[in-house]
Design a protein around this ligand. Structure first.
Ligand code: FAD
Length: 334
């Protein structure tokens, strides 16, 4: 493998129903810095159906080039067609780095591409840098329960790939009118060659905010006592337009689904405001939320470890404090 043949930083652009996933724009911001440091191009790879017109947005957010695969076979995300398109693009244009959002789609696609190429993949990265001279990507992520940051290198293969957690990188301010090069590509792939079919699309009917995208999260723990007691968490979240988070013990008790679990074996979140209510603050929980902008803890035990990790702490009974907060925020926001 001749490393000199591999040039440029790429971002896989995730699109759903005509919208670009925020994490893809964040990655263009991070990718721009890497590309500038290396003195190479930043490209977005956009795959979908009826998506070509999104190129302008990508240029405005920092891409120099957009490779687009726009065809009916890419109508809904499926591993095989998207993987073949990306492999085709890699074989033709040989990037040195590809970044993906650490979303269900990004993780699925990145691992399929990594296996087929083959190359290495660092999952759930939270920091990125690149060595100017060697082009070695420095992809860092928490390890050993969040106690250390591990920097992972891919020394023997190209492209170097990483999935990056949403809301960790910052998108650039868009530059209206900034343009770039659009490269339209296609692959020969028939529908009958694809093993998965989309039979039906079932839309989530709830308007609830997802925890990995939320600016405010109200998270509850075992201290809420029961599924009924946990309703207070939902109520406070609703008043604030926030997402609901939970500790693992709450999820295991069946008070809420696993997609709400914050922590080592759940989701890592970095909202602007994180309420931790009736949560003790076990290390496995802290690693999933400790980078939040502002952490407010409510716990009746003054020695609960969560008070070591929060910016503001209220020692007291959640069943007295949360109803007061709900009332107060209702009035303040009405
Ligand atoms: P508890 O530890 O029982 O704490 C309840 C808290 O509520 C206490 O601090 C108590 O003082 C307070 N309280 C009680 N009543 C009230 C009241 N009326 N008002 C106010 N406060 C009150 N945990 C996670 O959260 N996420 C993970 O991803 C995760 N992954 C794990 C992975 C591994 C391998 C292991 C071993 C554990 C993992 N855990 C995880 C579990 C973790 O170790 C803790 O057991 C868990 O976080 C505790 O949940 P909790 O804080 O809700 O409950």
């Amino acid at each position: 493998m001749n490393f000199a043949d591999y040039k440029g930083i790429w971002v896989y652009i995730e699109e759903k129903e005509g919208s670009i996933a925020p994490v893809s724009l964040e990655l263009l911001g991070a990718g721009r810095q890497l590309a500038d440091k290396r003195g190479v191009e930043l490209a977005g790879v956009l795959i979908g159906h009826g998506v070509k017109h999104l190129d302008q947005t990508l240029f405005e957010y920092g891409a120099d080039t957009v490779y687009v695969y726009d065809a009916p076979i890419f109508d809904h995300y499926r591993t095989e067609p998207y993987m073949y398109a990306l492999l085709d693009c890699c074989q033709k244009y040989k990037p040195e780095v590809i970044l993906y959002g650490a979303t269900p789609t990004g993780k699925d696609l990145a691992s399929a591409v990594a296996t087929d190429l083959p190359t290495g993949l660092t999952a759930d990265t939270t920091m990125l840098d690149i060595e100017e001279d060697t082009g070695l990507l420095l992809a860092s992520r928490p390890a050993f329960g969040g106690n250390i940051m591990a920097t992972i290198l891919c020394k023997k293969y190209r492209p170097q790939m990483a999935t990056v957690r949403p809301k960790v990188m910052t998108a650039l301010q868009p530059q209206p009118g900034r343009t770039g090069k659009l490269v339209e590509e296609s692959i020969l792939l028939r529908e009958e060659d694809v093993r998965t079919k989309v039979l039906e699309v079932v839309r989530e009917t709830t308007k609830k905010v997802r925890i990995d995208e939320a600016d405010i999260i109200v998270a509850g723990g075992k201290g809420m006592g029961s599924k009924e007691g946990f309703q207070l968490i939902h109520q406070l979240a609703e008043v604030l337009g926030a997402a609901v988070g939970a500790s693992r013990d709450v999820v295991e008790a069946g008070w809420i689904g696993h997609q709400h679990q914050v922590g080592q074996t759940g989701v890592t979140v970095t909202p602007k405001i994180y309420f931790a209510i009736g949560i003790s603050g076990a290390i496995q929980h802290l690693v999933g939320m400790q980078n939040s902008g502002l952490i407010i803890a409510i716990n009746k035990d003054p020695n609960a470890p969560i008070f070591q990790a929060c910016h503001y702490g209220i020692v007291g009974d959640a069943f007295e404090i949360v109803p007061l907060l709900i009332e107060h925020f209702k009035q303040a926001l009405s």
